[in-house]
Design a protein around this ligand. Structure first.
Ligand code: ZN
Ligand code: ZN
Length: 276
């Protein structure tokens, strides 16, 4: 953590790096981005501080935190190793249901992270939740609104790990849009209920250990096939938040689903262009 040490030695005598407290269900990468910001370091540069290559460095740490980095973070922030490990997704979330670490691809393809704009707007320190990494999640437990996985202004994915400027993580890296202001996409009450049921199933530790766990996981990944329609040949984890919500709506109430496959994000973007 050379940069933090440098800041220390050049700053006030015996000052410590600024630390930030992990928040409820916070993803390790989200905490690291906040830690970087609090110490006056942009996330892209913070990768170097930790001795890591750029790219999706923080998202990779969510999957596995090497012991030496855990030790370094503990020494510099006082956040205990078990607390750091609890922020990763390796603990209790079925890894087959995690969104893959993808940062490019077609508009309908998945992104590694989703968010609820209302959660971000209500947070004193906006942060990303561990559960937003699950492909089976399409709505927010707290607000019931549909999750997003792209900036509604430029349609880019969440790329805070690549942020070169010193700005909080709720601003789009590509265009600077404040993600807290994103319009809330529609999701039917029936699909919200289905989403909650699926989340309850995935919360059970049994899914990872029971003999029926792998079958259940395969079925969940096949939701687009059961739903039919445009995405029926795709696996759930490979689809964007909009496409997964479309499949869930189709599963619930096929007659209400429109033929229009335009995603909510594209509609938002079009509206924005039309109305300035
Ligand atoms: Zn929310
Ligand atoms: Zn943007």
């Amino acid at each position: 953590m050379a940069l933090l040490v440098e800041r220390n030695t050049t700053g006030a005598a015996h000052s410590s790096p600024v630390t930030v407290a992990p928040q409820l269900d916070e993803l390790l990468s989200s905490w690291l981005h906040r830690l970087a910001y609090a110490n006056g370091v942009a996330p892209r540069s913070f990768a170097r501080v930790l001795g890591l290559n750029p790219g999706m460095w923080s998202a990779a740490l969510d999957l596995r935190l090497p012991a030496d980095i855990g030790t370094l973070l503990y020494a510099k922030t006082g956040v205990a190793p078990d607390q750091l490990a609890a922020m990763t997704v390796s603990q209790d979330l079925p890894k087959q249901l995690l969104l893959p670490l993808r940062n490019n691809g077609h508009r309908d393809s998945s992104s590694w992270l989703q968010f609820c704009c209302r959660c971000l707007a209500e947070d004193a320190q906006p942060y990303f939740r561990r559960r937003w990494r699950l492909a089976t999640r399409v709505s927010c437990t707290e607000h019931g609104c549909r999750l997003r996985d792209r900036c509604p202004s430029c349609l880019d994915r969440i790329t805070v790990f690549d942020q070169g400027e010193l700005v909080p993580q709720h601003y789009c890296v590509a265009c600077g849009y404040d993600l807290r202001r994103a319009p809330i996409p529609y999701l039917s009450p029936a699909t919200r209920t289905l989403d909650r049921c699926i989340d309850d199933i995935c919360s059970l530790e049994a899914i990872a250990r029971s003999p029926s766990g792998p079958v259940l996981i395969r079925r969940l990944l096949s939701i687009p096939r059961f739903a039919g329609g445009y995405y029926s040949t795709m696996l759930l984890a490979n689809l964007s938040a909009g496409a997964r919500a479309y499949s869930a709506e189709l599963l619930n109430c096929p007659s209400e689903c429109q033929e229009d496959n335009t995603t909510d994000d594209e509609k938002d973007c079009r509206e924005r262009r039309l109305h300035g």
